[in-house]
Design a protein around this ligand. Structure first.
Ligand code: ADP
Ligand code: MG
Length: 394
C-alpha cells in the first residue's frame, strides 16, 4: 500500500525523523493562507500523488507548470495551486495518463546545501532490508542508478537490531559529511531504519535528504509503501489509504479475494495459483501474445469469485480474447467449469474464450464443457492453449 508524502512525513515526524513544517490544503485560497501561516519568505507548493518525479513533471492543462514549485508570496502560492488542483500531472512515474491532483502540501522553504539520496528496500540477495545512500541525491537519481551505480552505497539492515551505529557513521563519512552532520546522521539513519522495520514497510525513500548550512539533516521528500501482508498488524494505517490513487479493478478484485494486476496486453487470463498464472503469461508471450492482466483466483475459488473475475477481465476494453487455465488440485475441474458456465451466462462473452483444464475430475469437466453448447475453444495442454488464444487474434 502506497501513501502520500504528507502522510509519510507525519509518520516520520512521529518516529523522530526531522521533516520540514508543512500544511495540507485542498484549495488555492487555503494554499495562500498556509503561506502566511508558515511565516517564511519562501515556501514550496507540492502536489500530493502516489508517484515521484513531480519536480520535473508537467501538467497536461498547463505545460509549463511543474508539480513542485518554490513560491515567494501568498499570491504566488495561490496561482500555482489553482493551476495544479483538479488538473492532471504527468511524471516519469505516472505513465502518459498522469494523475489528477486533489491535495497539496505547502511546506516551509529549506536552505539546501546538499541533496543526498536515501532509500530502504527489501533486498532479495541479502534476504533482508538494505539501506541505500548516495551523494547524488535530488531529481536525477534514476540516471545515477543506471549510469554510475557505484555511486550508490548499500548497508544491510539487521532485522532485529536495526542499523548499527558504526554503519551509520561509516555511511555519513562516505556521503561526505563532517562535524555536526555526522552526529546528526548517527541519529537520523538508524531512526529511519527503525521506522522501516516497525512499520513493515516495503519501501521508504528520502530523496532528497538535505544537509543544511548548519549541518542539520532534514527529510525533504518521503516516499513510503507498506507490505500489504502485514497490514493486519497496523490497523491504524488503513485510514491512510487513498482509493482514488489506486486502480479501480485491482481494488475490486482485492475485495473479492482475487489477486489481480492490470497489464498492457490484450489477452485476459484467469488462472488458479500464482505460479501457474506466471507461467501462463510466459507462454502467452512465448507464442507472440501479450497478457492483459495477471489474475489468480486462488486454490478454492467459488462461482461468485469466478464470475467477478470474468467481470473484471471483460470490463477492460483492451481484452480481445480470454484464456482460462486451471489446474484442479484442491479445486476440482468440474467445480470450476460449473462456475465458468454460470459466469458465461451471467456476463455474456463477446471475445473468444480458450479453456485449458488439467487435474482432478478433468474428464467430467471436459464433458460438461463440450455438452454446454457454448462457443468455447478447448485446449489439450498449456502450449496448445497459448497458441490457440494468440491465434484468435491473428
Ligand atoms: P519529486 O521527487 O516528486 O520531484 P521532491 O519532494 O523531491 O519531489 O521535490 C523536488 C525538489 O524540490 C527537491 O529535490 C528540492 O530541490 C525541492 N524541494 C522540495 N521540497 C522543498 C522544500 N521544502 N524546500 C526547498 N526545496 C524543496
Ligand atoms: Mg524526491
Amino acid at each position: 500500500m502506497k501513501i502520500h508524502e504528507y502522510q509519510a512525513k507525519q509518520l516520520l515526524r512521529d518516529a523522530g525523523v526531522p521533516v520540514p513544517r508543512g500544511i495540507v490544503v485542498k484549495s488555492a485560497d487555503e494554499a495562500a493562507k498556509a503561506f502566511g501561516e508558515l511565516g517564511g519568505t519562501i515556501a514550496v507548493v507540492k502536489t500530493q500523488i502516489h508517484a515521484g518525479g513531480r519536480g520535473k513533471g508537467r501538467f497536461k492543462e498547463h505545460p509549463d507548470q511543474a508539480g513542485v514549485v518554490l513560491v515567494k508570496s501568498a499570491d504566488e502560492a495561490r496561482e500555482n495551486a489553482s493551476r495544479m488542483l483538479g488538473n492532471t500531472l504527468v511524471t516519469i512515474q505516472t505513465g502518459d495518463e498522469g494523475k489528477v491532483v486533489n491535495t497539496l502540501l505547502i511546506e516551509e522553504g529549506v536552505d539546501i546545501q546538499d541533496e543526498l539520496y536515501l532509500g530502504i528496500v527489501v533486498d532479495r540477495e541479502s534476504g533482508g532490508p538494505v539501506l541505500m545512500a548516495s551523494e547524488e541525491g535530488g531529481m536525477a537519481i534514476e540516471e545515477v542508478a543506471a549510469a554510475t551505480p557505484e555511486k550508490i552505497f548499500h548497508e544491510p539492515i539487521d532485522g532485529g537490531y536495526g542499523l548499527h551505529p558504526f554503519q551509520a557513521t561509516k555511511l555519513a563519512f562516505r556521503l561526505g559529511m563532517d562535524g555536526k552532520a555526522v552526529r546528526n546522521a548517527a541519529r537520523f539513519l538508524p531512526q529511519l531504519c527503525r521506522f522501516f522495520l516497525d512499520s513493515d514497510c516495503s519501501l521508504a525513500e528520502v530523496n532528497p535528504l538535505v544537509v543544511t548550512g548548519d549541518g542539520t539533516l532534514i527529510a525533504l521528500d518521503a516516499k513510503v509503501s507498506f507490505d500489504d501482508n502485514a497490514m493486519f498488524r497496523h490497523k491504524a494505517f488503513a485510514e491512510l489509504r487513498d482509493l482514488s490513487e489506486e486502480d479501480e479493478a485491482e481494488v475490486k478484485a482485492a475485495d473479492t479475494g482475487l489477486s489481480y494486476v492490470n497489464l498492457d496486453g490484450n489477452i485476459g487470463c484467469l488462472v488458479n495459483g500464482a505460479g501457474l498464472a506466471m507461467s501462463t503469461m510466459d507462454l502467452i508471450k512465448l507464442h507472440g501474445g501479450e497478457p492483459a492482466n495477471f489474475l489468480d483466483v486462488g486454490g478454492g475459488a467459488n462461482a461468485e469469485q469466478v464470475t467477478e473475475a470474468f467481470r473484471i477481465i471483460l470490463s477492460d476494453d483492451n481484452v480481445k480474447a480470454v484464456l482460462v487455465n486451471i489446474f484442479g488440485g484442491i479445486m476440482k475441474c468440474d467445480t470450476i467449469v460449473e462456475a465458468l458456465l454460470t459466469a458465461y451466462d451471467k456476463i455474456g462473452f463477446s471475445v473468444p474464450l480458450v479453456v485449458r483444464l488439467e487435474g482432478t475430475n478433468v474428464e467430467l469437466a471436459r464433458k460438461m464443457l463440450n455438452e454446454s453448447g457454448k462457443d468455447i475453444i478447448t485446449a489439450a495442454d498449456l502450449t496448445d492453449a497459448a497458441k490457440k488464444v494468440v491465434g484468435t487474434l491473428a
